[in-house]
Each structure stands twice: as structure tokens, then as C-alpha cells.
Design a protein around this ligand. Structure first.
Ligand SMILES: [Zn+2]
Ligand SMILES: [Zn+2]
Length: 349
């Protein structure tokens, strides 16, 4: 089979790999949809020859990209409990593998495993940008008939990450939340927070992305290229600041603005990967009793809950996707995604 590999310096190759066969406890999926996530860009842009530096073990040899995998079970290896997987079943992948037996792994947070070097599918283990993918059966999360494979792909990282952050902040209808960055994760957060009843203030430097944020439920939009965002958020909140803020952009300026735009006792959450922020601790945090938290994706249980919320509320996650691609269009797909002005892309197989 052929799979997409990021080779560095904003280049990729479609390379040949043997068709996978499931080992003990594993299944092979026939991929139906494999999403493009903002964090792919980190791997796509890294200099040629330089391996990742995000705390993960490095894989040997080329690795198939794509960490939003969704498809159907095509083959089942020995030792798989029939309750875990059956041929033809529609599934998403919780795209991590830890030791499977520590407390983090057993509660569905395999990415937090401290006992072994964690595999992240699409990063240091083969991901979903290929016709087939082999994963342990314990990474599967069922996909309801009422959700498309595209929706399942989004839930498998970008949309699930937004949901995980909002749940950690206990967003409710009482809250005004300012969401910095309206890329795929930020736009999902806007859509989900609005469905949870919150008043959403969406921020982005792209007017097109702000326009989409309005369509996805933002009550207010702010373009930080035109106005000072902290002042603008205060103006929209009776001078108090937002109850909650979320940074999806990874920009150092946006991160500090997200903290400064909080009301007293407010909570700020960072989900954007990489980079840094400088915080003047006393005025920015202590004097305002600020809570600043980080949120890394979601558990496998959370992934299923996110899917259920989306199904029950009829949330049109499919609308996040502005582009659908075939695998042989991967170069063009990532070149466009790299501009960070488009919506989300997905490979349909
Ligand atoms: Zn573990
Ligand atoms: Zn992702």
C-alpha cells in the first residue's frame, strides 16, 4: 500500500509500505477518512533530517502521517476479545498506545503513560494517511451510524481536543468564553461551547476565519490586527473580562492576552502545541486569582462522550471541512493547509 510521509522542509512523499497484518491483540482498519490536524504542520515544517522534539520517542524509518483515523475493521488478529472489535465495525482510533496497564492507561489516557515510551499514531508510529492501518484493539472507539467517517476523523483529534479543553473548564451557559485562534480546533471550540450554552467571543487575524466563527455560533468576533484584544474583550464584558479563555493559536502574544483578558477568578486554558509564553506572575495571575491550565487532547472515554454529545445535539461537525482530498493529492492538500487561512481538510479513502 501507499502512505503519506512528511520528509521535512514542507515536503512529503507518498511511499510504498507492506500491507499490514494484525498481530496479537491488533486489528487492521480499512481507512475511510483521515483528517488533517493543525499539529501535523509541526512535523510538515520541521527541517529535513531533524526529528521531533516534543518529548516522544523517535521512530525508526519513515512513518505514515495522519492522527485522525476513522474507518472500518477489516481484519482481526489473535487474542482480540470479540466485544472489542468485529469485522465491518465502524470505528475511530484513540491514537495513542502506552503500557495499557498503569492507572493512566486503564482510565483511557494512554498518552499520559509514564511506564513506557508512548506511541502516537501518525507521529512515531504509522497513522491513517494510507488505505490500511494496524492498531491494538484497545485503541478503538466505536463510531455511531449517525455520524459520518469525516466527523469521526475530526473527533479523533481536533474536535475532541476542543471538547476536552471545554470539559476541563466546565463550560456552561453562565460563561462568556474568549477563544483565541479559529483554526480547526478553535472553530470546533466555538461550535461546541455555543452548543454548551456559552457566549463565545472568537478571535483570529483572518477575516475569513472570523466570518466562519460567526456561522459556527460565535456571538462576537475580534480581529487582533485591528484592535487591542484585551481591551476589546473587556468592552464586551462590562469591563470585567471573560469568565474563561482558550488559546488554540500557540502564539506567545495570544497566550498572554488570553490570561490578561480573564476576569478575577477566571480560568485560561492552553491547547495549542509548542512555543512559549512570558507571564508577569503577580499582576497577570496572583492579583486576579487566575487559574491557567494546559489540556492535551482527551481520553478514549472522552472521545466516545464527545461523539455522543455531537450526535445528540445534532452538531454539524462535517461543516468544519472545507476541503476533501484523495491521498495522491497530499502535496497540494498540505500546501494549502500550511497557509492557515483555509478550513480543515480530510482525506477520503
Ligand atoms: Zn501505562
Ligand atoms: Zn491533532
Amino acid at each position: 500500500m501507499r502512505g503519506v510521509v512528511f520528509t521535512g522542509d514542507r515536503e512529503l512523499e507518498i511511499m510504498s509500505f507492506p500491507d499490514p497484518t494484525p498481530g496479537f491483540g491488533e486489528v487492521v482498519l480499512e481507512m475511510k477518512a483521515s483528517g488533517m490536524c493543525g499539529s501535523d504542520l509541526k512535523q510538515y515544517r520541521r527541517p529535513r533530517g531533524v526529528r521531533q522534539n516534543n518529548g516522544l520517542a523517535t521512530a525508526e524509518g519513515p512513518v505514515i502521517a495522519g492522527h485522525e483515523p476513522c474507518g472500518v475493521v477489516a481484519a482481526i488478529g489473535p487474542g482480540v476479545d470479540p466485544r472489542q472489535a468485529r469485522v465491518g465495525q465502524r470505528v475511530m482510533v484513540h491514537h495513542y498506545q502506552g503500557c495499557t496497564s498503569c492507572n493512566h492507561c486503564r482510565t483511557g489516557w494512554q498518552q499520559l503513560c509514564q511506564k513506557t515510551s508512548v506511541k502516537v499514531y501518525g507521529n512515531n508510529a504509522h497513522g491513517g494517511h494510507a488505505p490500511y492501518m494496524c492498531v491494538p484493539a484497545n485503541t478503538l472507539v466505536p463510531l455511531h451510524e449517525g455520524l459520518s467517517f469525516k466527523a469521526g476523523a475530526a473527533i479523533s483529534c481536533g474536535t475532541g481536543t476542543a471538547w476536552g479543553a471545554l470539559r476541563r473548564m466546565n463550560v456552561s451557559g453562565n460563561d462568556t468564553i474568549a477563544i483565541f485562534g479559529q483554526g480547526p480546533v478553535g472553530l470546533s471550540a466555538t461550535q461546541l461551547a455555543a452548543a454548551m450554552g456559552a457566549r463565545v467571543i472568537a478571535l483570529d487575524i483572518s477575516p475569513q476565519r472570523l466570518e466562519r466563527a460567526r456561522q459556527f455560533g460565535a456571538a462576537e468576533t475580534i480581529n487582533p490586527s485591528n484592535v487591542e484584544p484585551v481591551a476589546a474583550i473587556r468592552e464586551l464584558t462590562h469591563g470585567l473580562g471573560a469568565d474563561l479563555t482558550l488559546d488554540t493559536s500557540s502564539s506567545p502574544q495570544a497566550r498572554i492576552q488570553a490570561i490578561r483578558a480573564l476576569k478575577v477568578w477566571g480560568t485560561c486554558c492552553f491547547v495549542g502545541e509548542g512555543g512559549e509564553v512570558t507571564i508577569d506572575v503577580s499582576p497577570d495571575m496572583l492579583r486576579r486569582q487566575a487559574t491557567v491550565i494546559g489540556s492535551w487532547t482527551f481520553s478514549s472515554v472522552g472521545q466516545e462522550e464527545c461523539a455522543q454529545f455531537i450526535l445528540d445535539r445534532g452538531i454539524t461537525v462535517d461543516d468544519l471541512f472545507t476541503e476533501t482530498w484523495r491521498l495522491d493529492q497530499a502535496e497540494e492538500a498540505y500546501r494549502l493547509f500550511d497557509t492557515q487561512t483555509s478550513g480543515k481538510g480530510v482525506f477520503l479513502l
